[in-house]
Design a protein around this ligand. Structure first.
Ligand SMILES: C[S@@+](CC[C@H](N)C(=O)[O-])C[C@H]1O[C@@H](n2cnc3c(N)ncnc32)[C@H](O)[C@@H]1O
Length: 491
């Protein structure tokens, strides 16, 4: 039976106001303000293009130039990736030390917590991989993506043939008693605990901890100082997301972000105007709180999700219904955990579905390269005698780590400006992390000279695929590409 959410009909007018695409002048105002406050130079968002919004160069860029660093609006690390990498829950930079990163991973591996990388995601975890910020397709310049695991130098164990380290060694790596040779060359920020007291979120600085608390986490924290309605319900919501699709954790962040913004502006209004408080929804405040999210391109998740390869097209309707039910189940759990009467329309399936659909349709992979990879490469590059000496300590560690000795931080995020970039199969820019890009911001680099006034385009898919395959993949984004390359190949 199809999932039916009563809030959808009860708040139909509010929901349609929230989901109504913003007017062109509102979009322009928002992006002009965003680029000014973030001091983004050389780019403009314009709406007069063929495909809705687009990003245009406002200066000339040379090949290899940094075009954009885009701070995410909301993002989260994949649940499965949390075993491999300990990162700041706000900016996603690696924290602690090389030893802590390694010791913690080995400890969790030994506990039997399964690692589950991008290729082995759960059945419902369907996010197009083609949009990955690490474009390893050309294998040339993506230095940190090179598969050093196959290197004969390490001649290493596959994950099946790991050689475990004694428990005491793993513990001494975690508690800092064992210092690996040359690891001081790769300093990481100290680990800051969650101000709410949960043991799931960690930070690289007090600033990040406070920002996360104010923007998202205070409602979603499972610690003693959480502001959630019901912590048990919250734990159930988190468990359901971890078992089905961790995109729900990100959707919850968006809901929490909007509620917290609403509360803040309501409190500011009260202070300014001294009006007495009511429990009813103030729609204009809710629309204002939702504004940053309203700028993202959205459709309902169950309608825009690409049909997985293993689902027969005859089963499409049943599949989409199942996805809708899954979203409804998640929403019910979230509602029990953080429901807010004044923001009730946000708990409609319509809005929840559109939030998740927004993550489905935009370019949103969050990737941060691992310093553990840099560390082992450094050891490998040492002069022979130094290397031999260092390897007395590092080789057993590497053998214990096995094939997956270093894993990037991976997740999903919504980048406000990158998500305005349209696709081309002959793009003039691409998402690419340089050596210095060590946090979750999206980085866009020019692939060739881009002249002032030209649209900045990226490829949502692997652009070297044959024409028909490209079009099939782009159909998942709801369009047929008519870029010069496609027009030429179509003939
Ligand atoms: C990430 S958004 C890009 C920004 C979008 N134009 C907007 O107005 O928000 C992706 C959506 O933009 C549109 N789009 C992007 N590139 C396109 C292209 N080359 N041809 C047609 N539509 C495109 C499609 O609707 C796609 O689902």
């Amino acid at each position: 039976m199809e999932a039916v959410c009563p809030i959808d009909s009860q708040f139909a007018d509010e929901i349609s106001a929230i989901l109504k695409p913003p007017m062109p002048h509102q979009v322009q105002e928002y992006f002009d303000q965003l680029t000014t406050t973030r001091e983004i130079r050389g780019l403009k968002v314009r709406q007069n293009g063929e495909h809705g919004k687009g990003v245009y160069a406002d200066v000339d860029f040379e090949e290899g130039d940094l075009v954009l660093k885009d701070q995410m609006l909301a993002g989260s690390q994949h649940s499965s990736n949390k075993i491999d990498c300990l990162v700041c829950s706000f900016c996603f930079c690696f924290v602690g030390s090389i030893e802590l990163q390694i010791g913690r991973k080995l400890y969790l591996q030994d506990l039997g917590v399964s690692t589950n990388n991008e290729c082995e995601r759960k059945p419902f975890s369907h996010i197009p991989k083609e949009t990955c910020q690490i474009d390893s397709s050309d294998g040339e310049d993506d230095s940190y993506v090179v598969d050093h695991r196959s290197s004969k130098e390490y001649g290493s164990s596959s994950s099946k043939y790991r050689t475990p380290l004694p428990k005491e060694i793993v513990e001494s790596l975690m508690n800092g008693e064992l210092v690996l040779p040359y690891s001081k060359q790769f300093p990481l920020p100290s680990v800051i605990s969650c101000p709410g007291g949960c043991r799931e979120s960690y930070y690289c600085s007090k600033l990040c901890a406070e920002a996360d608390w104010d923007l998202f986490h205070s409602l979603l924290c499972t610690g003693a100082r959480s502001k959630s309605l019901n912590k048990e319900a919250l734990l159930k919501f988190i468990q359901h997301a971890n078992e089905t699709n961790d995109i729900f954790l990100l959707a919850a962040k968006v809901v929490s972000f909007t509620i917290l913004r609403y509360k803040k502006s309501k409190a500011a209004n009260l202070e300014k105007e001294g009006k007495c408080t009511t429990d009813s929804c103030n729609l204009s405040l809710l629309l204002e709180a939702w504004k940053p999210i309203s700028m993202g391109y959205k459709r309902r998740w169950w309608e825009c999700i690409a049909l997985p390869d293993d689902v027969d097209c005859h089963e499409e309707t049943a599949f989409r219904m199942q996805i809708k039910e899954l979203a409804f189940m998640s929403l019910q759990l979230l509602k029990a955990a953080i429901f807010d009467k004044e923001c009730e329309p946000l708990f409609s399936l319509e809005i929840y579905g559109h939030i998740i659909g927004m993550f489905e349709l935009n370019n949103l992979d969050l990737v941060v390269p691992s310093p553990v990879e840099d560390y082992f490469l450094y050891i490998d590059d040492l002069p022979h005698s130094d290397k031999k000496e260092a390897e007395i300590t590092t080789r057993p560690v590497l053998d214990a780590l096995g094939d997956d000795y270093s894993v990037c931080c991976e997740g999903t995020a919504f980048f406000p400006l990158q998500s305005c970039m349209n696709h081309s199969c002959y793009p003039n820019a691409k998402a690419f992390k340089r050596d210095e890009d060590r946090d979750g911001q999206a980085t866009i680099i020019a692939l060739r000279p881009i002249s002032k006034g030209e649209e900045v385009t990226i490829s949502y898919i692997e652009e070297d695929l044959p024409f028909e395959e490209r079009q099939a993949l782009l159909a998942d984004y709801g369009f047929r590409c008519k870029c010069p390359k496609c027009l030429e190949e179509e003939l």
